[in-house]
Write a protein that binds this ligand. Structure first.
Ligand code: GAR
Length: 200
């Protein structure tokens, strides 16, 4: 039981989903949680700038600083435990977490994926590749999914989904932007509040 969940957001890139969370928090839409830490596995990730502008502590846990992937993951676990994190949000975080990690924080890790799972997901399906695959398949609807994270990439229990129309002439970039605007940036803050409130 926690009164206000201490949230860590894990990122690898631009961090527009992180920004959506920061903005929702600023509007008072995540009353049961507080983003207290942003962790990137990439040193130059623009998401780190967003954290700093919002006055949120950030850290880099880069593979280059550790002997192997396991040591990197152990450092990440140690940091999350030290900061007493209750809820971990993967927002464009491109490292696959081991079962050791997912078991350690069972029911307390969520991920946003830019398709309607179980379509266009799993290992190697991230970012623009997801939208390329959706366009190649010719689907007329795609969207975004927030789900709990377990040891199977994109295989954990689904929390929320939102559909987005695919339009004639869409490029992967255009579709990615529409999925972000119409689904991801709306869905993720709502799901974070729902899970945070369930921990309270
Ligand atoms: C988002 O579209 C997110 O759904 C996706 O990466 C992008 C990160 O953008 N995640 C995956 O594909 C995970 N499999 P952002 O850094 O601007 O939030």
């Amino acid at each position: 039981m926690v009164e206000c969940a201490r949230i860590a957001v894990l990122v690898s890139g631009g961090g527009t989903n992180l920004q959506a969370l920061i903005d929702a928090q600023g509007r008072g839409e995540i009353p049961h949680g507080e983003i207290v830490l942003v962790v990137s596995n990439r040193r130059g990730a623009y998401a780190l700038e967003r954290a700093s502008e919002a006055g949120i502590e950030s850290a880099v846990v880069s593979r280059a600083d550790y002997a192997d992937a396991q040591a990197q993951e152990e450092a990440l676990i140690a940091l999350l435990e030290e900061r007493e994190i209750d809820l971990i949000v993967l927002a464009g975080f491109l490292l696959i977490l081991s079962e050791r990690f997912t078991k350690r924080f069972e029911g307390r890790i969520i991920n946003i994926h830019p398709s309607l799972i179980p379509s266009f997901c799993g290992e190697g399906m991230y970012g623009l590749k997801v939208h390329e695959a959706a366009l190649a398949a010719g689907v007329k609807l795609t969207g975004a999914t927030v789900h709990f994270v377990n040891e199977i990439p994109d295989g954990g229990e689904i929390i929320a989904q939102k559909a987005v129309e695919v339009r004639e002439g869409d490029t992967p970039e255009v579709l990615q932007q529409r999925v972000m605007e119409e689904a991801e940036w709306i869905l993720l803050p709502r799901a974070v509040e729902a899970v945070a409130s369930s921990l309270a």
